[in-house]
Design a protein around this ligand. Structure first.
Ligand code: HEC
Ligand code: HEC
Ligand code: HEC
Ligand code: HEC
Ligand code: HEC
Length: 286
């Protein structure tokens, strides 16, 4: 053997082994990158929709609320895409001849729904539910980004398992009062912009998500934030300025100056499960 395979071919064999190794690793890395690339996850891409519907125009421009069109987002697993009727509420009168809206008029005339292309689409083997998330204080913007600034819809996040787990392992960093879930511009509390929260339904002794109420203006200042409470004046009101609001004893607000503190408080109030449970396979794969 030694005559046929001399020293140099031995080196060659070793070299080709190393090369194969490098190739295999490179292929693995490439496939892994590919699987996470926007080309596969469709992150950031604008779909070629039948109608170039602009969230920016309708939400930021006209001031429409998300739930005007996505009616089931708080009640069911699906947010839902609005039927043509919703568009016709306005477009029977506005822009009635615009060519852009021809598919809307065609759909209205024939009863055939508009074929919107899905921008977000999880595989069927993953369980996801909108109502659970929004009723536990995760805002639309935490998952979908600044929809109110999008002329055309795109996917802000990958929706890959890693992304879901990232939040499930530490949900506190994304929690906000449920009254703010539609607020696209919501910012986590800071020293300069604190948030005050109270548990309003103290009489039952059982805090629920609904009983948490938060304000972004100091509730101990008499101001518009409290005007709607319409509380009768109490004896302690003597030293307050005339017309000033007096805090009823049961409404005590706690001030939060960081997302960490607000998150911890809401985890408690909303009974958020521990990360170990939220990140367990059965939560999303059933
Ligand atoms: C006037 C109706 C209307 C309003 C108001 C509206 N949307 Fe939409 N939304 C639509 C329509 C129509 C589509 C489907 C076309 C598209 O993807 O752009 C859509 C699509 C979406 C999608 C992507 C759906 C998919 O295919 O994956 C998201 C996410 C979304 N909307 C979030 C929001 C949020 C958040 C708000 C509030 C800030 C909002 N929408 C307000 C009509 C509306
Ligand atoms: C509350 C009224 C209202 C509803 C509901 C509404 N639109 Fe509009 N839409 C308008 C107005 C007003 C404009 C003109 C906006 C502008 O140019 O400032 C407009 C403009 C448009 C345009 C032209 C491009 C643009 O964004 O300026 C398209 C396309 C459109 N709407 C599609 C839809 C579709 C599809 C629906 C249903 C999912 C819908 N609209 C629901 C009021 C409405
Ligand atoms: C925890 C993350 C998360 C939050 C919070 C969230 N979404 Fe979604 N949304 C998703 C995912 C994931 C999908 C894709 C679902 C699928 O493919 O089954 C989706 C899909 C959608 C769709 C497409 C239609 C549908 O029902 O699947 C719309 C519209 C939508 N979201 C609107 C909203 C609105 C409006 C809010 C706020 C009230 C919101 N979402 C809050 C993650 C979220
Ligand atoms: C920004 C934070 C966040 C993201 C992102 C997120 N979740 Fe959640 N998820 C939560 C919170 C908070 C809860 C509520 C936990 C509780 O009540 O104990 C929850 C609960 C759930 C539940 C339990 C629902 C039930 O019926 O018990 C499922 C399933 C789930 N999420 C799936 C997903 C999937 C799939 C994704 C990714 C596509 C995702 N989540 C992304 C925060 C998030
Ligand atoms: C918070 C929700 C969530 C939890 C918890 C979760 N997964 Fe997933 N998983 C997903 C989503 C979303 C996808 C789809 C990812 C995609 O489309 O790229 C997925 C995809 C998968 C896949 C398909 C292969 C792939 O990577 O695309 C496997 C296998 C899987 N998960 C296994 C597990 C195992 C094992 C666990 C427990 C250790 C687990 N998952 C926990 C959300 C979750």
């Amino acid at each position: 053997m030694a005559q046929i395979f001399d020293r140099s071919s031995n080196a060659l064999a070793r070299m080709s082994l190393v090369l194969t190794g490098i190739l295999v690793i490179a292929l693995g890395v490439t496939l892994n990158e590919l699987q996470r690339s926007p080309w596969v996850t469709r992150q950031g891409q604008r779909a070629d929709q039948p109608v170039p519907f602009s969230h920016k125009h309708h939400v930021q421009g006209l001031g429409l609320q998300c739930q005007y069109c996505h009616t089931s987002v708080e009640k069911s697993s699906y947010a839902g895409i609005p039927p043509t009727k919703t568009c016709m509420n306005c477009h029977a009168q506005i822009w009635t001849n615009a060519a852009l809206l021809e598919p809307v008029r065609h759909s209205w005339a024939t009863g055939e729904s508009i074929r919107w292309i899905k921008v977000h689409d999880l595989p069927d083997f993953v369980y996801f539910n909108h109502s659970v998330h929004v009723n536990k204080g995760i805002g639309c913007a935490s998952c979908h980004g600044r929809v109110d600034l999008m002329p055309l819809m795109y996917e802000q996040n990958t929706l890959q398992m890693e992304w879901c787990l990232n939040c499930h392992r530490n949900p506190g960093k994304n929690l906000r009062p449920t009254s703010e879930i539609y607020n696209m511009a919501w910012k986590a509390p800071t020293e300069d912009h604190p948030v005050w929260c109270s548990v309003t339904d103290a009489k039952t002794g059982v805090p629920t998500a609904e009983s948490v109420s938060c304000v972004t203006k100091d509730p101990t200042d008499s101001g518009p934030a409290m005007a709607s409470l319409d509380m009768p004046a109490t004896p302690g009101a003597k030293d307050a300025a005339p017309g000033a609001m007096v805090m009823p004893a049961s409404l005590s607000y706690t001030k939060f100056t960081s997302q960490k503190a607000l998150g911890d408080f809401l985890i408690d109030q909303y009974h958020i499960r521990p990360p170990r449970q939220l990140a367990s396979c059965e939560t999303c794969h059933r």
